[in-house]
Design a protein around this ligand. Sequence first.
Ligand code: GAR
Length: 201
Amino acid sequence: MIQIAVFASGRGTNLQAIIDAMKTGNIDGEIKIVISDNPEAYALERAKNNQIATKVFHYKQYKSKREYELDIIQFLKELKIDLIVLAGYMRILSPTFIREYPYRIMNIHPALLPSFPGLNAQRQALEYGVKISGCTVHFVDEGTDTGPIILQEAVKVDQSDNEETLSNRILQFEHQILPRAIQLFASGKIEVYKNKVYFKE
Ligand code: GAR
């Protein structure tokens, strides 16, 4: 069984989807720790309600981003973490961090990458006027939302949509593809070749 660290900064509905998938036996893995940069994150409550350990790393208590990340890396190494899942984690990881876990950090993003990377992806999609958006699970590389794509799901944009309605519709699909991507990883089915993800039979 793989050991997973989930990073979350906010309300944690994606974390909840992962917990639920584990309870129903749909992920062969264990969440060893939920890490947050935000002591108020509701994700931490969700973890505690499910007897999952939590740890807050207060960014402002460190002299630099480097020291902050080195502390997290050391913590993860002690726990022997196999996979890091960014589930609404709102900080960008530095190359130093990413090189410690090549193709072992996953992120869920609320748009069809490579369109609309970065913050407020749903607002970007509405402002552009696309008719289809969606969500993407990808491995994290050194760019912003540029890493190899694992799974995507498309969602139609209605002309009556606002940021909230579109975000909520996309979120339902995030909750499906993130647990599926984790299980693909857990069962050893993912291969990355020349920056593309392939699935073993
Ligand atoms: C999700 O919509 C996720 O895709 C997004 O934050 C939300 C977190 O919701 N992530 C990003 O925008 C990353 N750039 P949650 O806390 O309820 O899982």
